[in-house]
Design a protein around this ligand. Structure first.
Ligand SMILES: NC(=O)c1ccc[n+]([C@@H]2O[C@H](COP(=O)([O-])OP(=O)(O)OC[C@H]3O[C@@H](n4cnc5c(N)ncnc54)[C@H](OP(=O)(O)O)[C@@H]3O)[C@@H](O)[C@H]2O)c1
Length: 329
């Protein structure tokens, strides 16, 4: 399986390291052989049709800040020369127009390449257009890592929905704000101090306003609702309120009532993202950098999934899972 990695930041490099660790399993035939035929970052490229030396690429990125010595060429030319089976799109999420990920994904699908991505921007903003494009070109578009990092919220929901019907859902989709709220509760920190700690730990997005404002959660809610409930909603149909105004007195007030404030995304009368007081006994009331989803199904009742919701390695696992699913189709 020949893959082209587009974007070599936290997740891209974690995927590269994971592939090195998986060599033994590939050699033994436990998982299919995955060959990296190209890696791109914002300015440079390394293309090797016979397989990029991943360890050297990681070293170059660490030392020079760039993955290649060649300047980036036109994306369509790169697709031609590297001839991948799968394009793995891992550039930064852009909530405004989804670029540059949107164009990468679109051009890869038109060139009849399967695409795997963890980039929320293009999937949330162009959900149906991109899926329809994939279908017209008889290729697959997989995006497990866009929601829940390594916790397979989308797959779990899809299985629950099959043969049943999801009536409503509630979810914690931004583990950074969940970590921040937990640190405010446990260590009596204010929002700025807890945010600084989340940056130190590498949980926050490059632009942390995305986490705090609820925008990141809203992008994920669009993906969840469109994918699991089969709707065609857009970002502007979601009511969004972030955690920026949560202070220590509201945190203490909730604790006094045996509740915790969490940034909850939900579908009900309307689609919304807002700080909500959850009972401590509610399974959705999770602590630290976690994601969680609660699905209410018509026939089989309530279902929950909880797991770590951020991190380069965790997200790389979702990407690898998607690549392996492609192979098994
Ligand atoms: N980190 C997480 O925990 C997590 C979890 C779930 C989903 N995600 C999503 O996964 C994606 C990757 O996240 P990340 O944390 O790895 O981001 P990141 O560390 O900011 O890396 C982004 C990479 O994209 C590269 N890039 C930017 N413009 C490019 C272009 N035009 N062509 C090729 N490469 C380009 C950057 O190049 P330079 O290195 O040259 O700047 C960088 O290597 C994002 O969309 C993010 O939202 C991340």
């Amino acid at each position: 399986l020949r893959i082209l990695i587009v974007g070599f930041g936290n997740v891209g490099q974690s995927l590269a390291k994971l592939l090195i660790r998986k060599r033994g399993e590939m050699k033994k035939g436990k998982i299919p052989e995955i060959k990296v035929v190209g890696i791109l970052d914002s300015k440079t490229q390394v293309i090797e049709s016979e397989g990029v030396n991943i360890a050297s690429a990681l070293k170059r990125k660490e030392i020079n800040g760039q993955v290649g010595i060649e300047r980036r060429s036109d994306f369509n030319e790169i697709l031609d020369s590297s001839d991948p089976d799968v394009v793995v799109e891992l550039t930064r999420t852009n909530p405004v127009d989804g670029e540059p990920g949107f164009t990468h994904i679109k051009e890869a699908l038109i060139a009849r390449k399967d695409v795997v991505t963890a980039n929320k921007g293009p999937i949330a903003l162009g959900f149906h257009a991109l899926r329809e494009l994939a279908s017209r070109n008889s290729v697959q578009l997989r995006f497990s890592g866009t929601v829940g990092a390594g916790t397979p919220i989308l797959e779990f929901g899809k299985i629950c929905a099959t043969g049943d019907e999801i009536l409503s859902l509630r979810a914690i989709l931004n583990s950074t704000s969940n970590y921040i709220l937990t640190m405010m509760e446990r260590n009596n920190l204010n929002l700025e101090e807890a945010l600084a700690l989340s940056k130190e730990r590498g949980y926050a997005e490059a632009d942390s306003r995305m986490d705090i404002s609820g925008k990141d959660t809203a992008l994920k809610l669009v993906i969840v609702v469109n994918y699991l409930l089969g709707k065609r909603i857009t970002l502007d149909e979601i009511y969004v309120k972030g955690i920026e105004n949560i202070d220590n007195s509201s945190i203490r007030n909730a604790i006094g009532k045996k509740k915790r404030i969490r940034l909850v995304a939900s579908s009900g009368k309307r689609y919304e993202v807002k700080p909500t007081e959850l009972d401590v006994s509610d399974p959705l009331c999770v602590y630290g950098p976690m994601s969680a989803i609660h699905l209410r199904c018509r026939f089989s009742g309530d279902k929950y999934l909880v797991g770590p919701g951020a991190g380069g390695t965790e997200t790389a696992i979702a990407v690898l899972r998607d690549i392996l699913y492609l192979k098994g189709r």
